[in-house]
Design a protein around this ligand. Structure first.
Ligand SMILES: Nc1ncnc2c1ncn2[C@@H]1O[C@H](COP(=O)(O)OP(=O)(O)OP(=O)(O)O)[C@@H](O)[C@H]1O
Ligand SMILES: [Mg+2]
Length: 647
């Protein structure tokens, strides 16, 4: 019964301008269970013919039938399936994968064939034992002799059944004794029903076969049968219990294992490749954490300000550089505001900075002239002594309340500040109270601050009736927006229609801050994107190198039944794995940076969010997929014969 049949096939190779014809009008059929030797001189086209018979290569024209079915319309994956199910290849140079043990090499065709793990391991082991490699199953190819390696590759050819075994110069690299052993083995296989096609230039080796086909310059010149076919029916069929779920899991598991091995085989290179991703991810996560930390700190400060106060300041808006030209807010404005129903209290503030002196100590600080309501409005609490009173303000008394920082600075040895005379810009004031340390502040440490009645400030320090700001407390049942609108209308009309002041409350500050942080975040994201892009390009680069380096391996995998998808998957997993490990290390590195930062910087903590970490890891996975796809696709598109020819 005919199993393989070629009719009038030609094979051309284009070499520059000229077209070389390697096979000329070859027609032959091979019967089931036969042992055929193809013999001819070097360069006669033996390997080319065999590759076509084994569906590794296709003829330029002519037709080819496998078990009576034309393969003319078969795509690369159909051919891969055919190779996996029907053929087993034995190469002159064994072509075992160096990173796998003998048993893993033998089992590999079954991975692509879809056999379960336990089943294929047992079968691979049995085959190796049968071929006399008991005890060598866990050796790597480089720990085996040439003859042993060739036996491993014979076992691999039989793994999926090996109905038709194609051997290209199987004894070419062996000494005559080992060569003889291999030939004996092949004869035994033939006796069991395996169809055998052997390519050789050696007549002695060819004489083992039942039928010898001689080719010269690509044409068949003789075809002689010396012995009958021993056994016509094929070998036992290897049944594959393929459940699609198990198949997918096995493929993935195998690809994953191979990827890990490939990464481990080039530790330094993998590490350097990851470095781009590590730095990218670590900087993104750290910067986001820094941003969050400082923002939380500032928000806490804003919240401490209270939501029911409004600050009125001269100038057009926050940060107006010409603000000091608008000397327009007056105590009368404040008094007018205080009379409004929607305002609970209003307190003018006039500030100046200067030198505070107590005995032989001096420090720079700011002095605010305030109303008696100020402390209540700002939520400042008293530590010792008393706060300013209405009477202090009315009489413009030279009394002063200092904050905790000023107390630490001017009275460091625990002296009682109450009753002490402190000079501010050479003007004496009597300290009557000390405030408590506020719970949250903007700066690392609040600067020295002291408060005196605004009347005293105008009379003794600034000498003018204009003030630097008005702080109002909104009445309980009035919303901040309504109060702000009414207040603006009132002051604008008092200032003859000119809006030479602006209002600030916790809400508006928060909004301003949030809009600036959004801009910042956008900027940081752009920088992060660029650094990750650079990292991704590094990954792509190394994957391309890896594909080039492992072209032969890819060819071997394809010869034993790997489909394009299997190859694509394997390289993609490798790229993604590199990126995920890089991303993970990056997150860990940034956690380390955070721990250091929080240990040494006390101003605000770095605040990591799960969201940003998840996002970073997702990003690194995506980078692996995006930048790994091109090299992986290139690997999967390789032509098996060309890949195998690569050294
Ligand atoms: N990819 C290719 N491009 C161009 N020419 C090729 C290619 N592959 C093979 N050839 C040519 O085809 C011819 C046959 O090659 P083939 O490998 O089939 O020879 P062979 O009979 O197996 O020789 P050997 O005994 O040395 O292995 C050679 O002349 C070779 O130069
Ligand atoms: Mg050859």
């Amino acid at each position: 019964m005919v199993t393989l049949e070629v009719r009038n096939i030609n094979k051309y190779y284009c070499e520059g301008e000229s077209r070389v014809q390697v096979l000329k009008d070859v027609t032959l059929s091979i019967e089931k269970g036969d042992f055929v030797a193809i013999i001819g001189q070097s360069g006669s086209g033996k390997s080319t013919l065999m590759n076509i018979l084994g569906c590794l290569d296709t003829a330029s024209d002519g037709s080819y039938f496998v078990d009576g079915v034309s393969i003319e319309n078969f795509g690369p994956d159909d051919l891969a399936r055919l190779r996996s199910e029907k053929f087993g290849f034995i190469f002159q140079r064994y072509n075992l994968l160096t990173s796998l043990s003998a048993q893993e090499n033998v089992a590999l065709p079954a991975v692509y064939g879809g056999m379960g793990r336990a089943e294929r391991e047992a079968r691979a082991h049995d085959l190796l034992v049968k071929l006399g490699l008991d005890g060598k199953t866990q050796n790597r190819p480089n720990e085996l002799s040439g003859g042993q390696q060739q036996r491993v590759s014979i076992a691999r050819a039989m793994m999926n059944g090996g109905e038709i075994i194609l051997a290209d110069e199987p004894t070419g690299a062996l000494d005559s004794k080992s060569g003889e052993n291999v030939m004996k083995l092949l004869m035994e296989l033939n006796a069991e029903g395996h169809t055998l096609i052997l390519v050789t230039h050696d007549r002695q080796i060819a004489s083992y076969a039942n039928r010898i086909i001689e080719i010269k310059d690509g044409a068949v010149i003789s075809d002689t049968r010396s012995a009958p076919i021993i056994k016509e029916e094929g070998p036992e069929i290897v049944s594959v219990s393929r459940s699609s779920w198990q198949y997918i899991r096995d493929q993935l598991g195998e690809a994953f294992r191979m990827s890990v091995q490939a990464i481990l085989a080039h530790k330094m290179r993998s590490l350097l490749t990851m470095l781009g991703i590590i730095i990218g991810i670590a900087s993104v996560v750290s910067v986001v954490a820094l941003g969050r930390g400082s923002q939380e700190k500032i928000l806490a400060g804003i919240n401490a300000m209270g939501t029911n106060t409004i600050d009125v300041r001269p100038g057009r808006n926050f940060g107006d550089r010409n603000a000091n030209r608008y000397q327009t807010l007056t105590v009368d404005d404040s008094d007018a505001l205080a009379e409004q129903s929607y305002i609970a209290s209003s307190t003018p503030t006039a500030s100046s900075s200067g030198e505070m002196v107590y005995r032989n100590r001096s420090a720079t600080g700011s002095l605010s002239g305030v109303g008696e309501q100020y402390f209540n409005v700002k939520g400042l609490e008293l530590a010792t002594g008393r706060l300013l009173t209405r009477e202090d303000v009315d009489r413009a008394r030279a009394v002063m309340v200092i904050d905790d920082t000023s107390r630490e600075e001017l009275f460091p040895n625990g002296e009682d500040p109450i009753g002490a005379i402190v000079l501010f810009n050479k003007k004496p004031f009597e300290v009557v109270g000390v405030t408590k340390k506020p719970t949250a502040t903007f700066g690392p440490r609040s600067s020295l601050t002291a408060w005196i009645p605004y009347t005293a400030h105008m009379a003794r320090v600034s000498g003018s009736r204009t003030i630097s700001s008005i702080t109002v407390k909104i009445a309980d049942n009035v919303s901040a927006q309504v109060a702000e609108k009414e207040l603006t209308r009132l002051l604008t009309s008092r200032h003859r229609g000119v809006t030479d002041f602006f209002t600030m409350n916790a809400d508006s500050i928060r909004q301003t801050m949030e809009s600036t942080t959004t801009t910042m975040r956008l900027l940081i994201s752009c920088i992060a994107l660029i650094s990750l892009l650079v990292g991704g390009i590094g990954v792509m680069n190394i994957m391309l190198v890896s594909v080039t380096e492992r072209t032969k391996e890819i060819g071997v995998r394809m010869a034993i039944g790997a489909r394009r998808f299997n190859v694509l998957q394997q390289f993609l997993i490798e790229a993604v794995l590199i990126c995920i490990i890089g991303g993970f290390t990056g997150v860990l590195a940034s956690a380390g940076i955070g721990a250091l930062f929080n240990a040494f910087v006390k101003d605000f903590p770095m605040s990591f969010s799960t969201g940003s970490i998840v996002l970073a890891l997702t990003c690194s996975t995506l980078i692996g997929v995006i930048f790994g796809y091109m090299p992986a696709r290139r690997a999967s598109m390789l032509n098996p014969v060309e890949a195998l020819a690569q050294e």
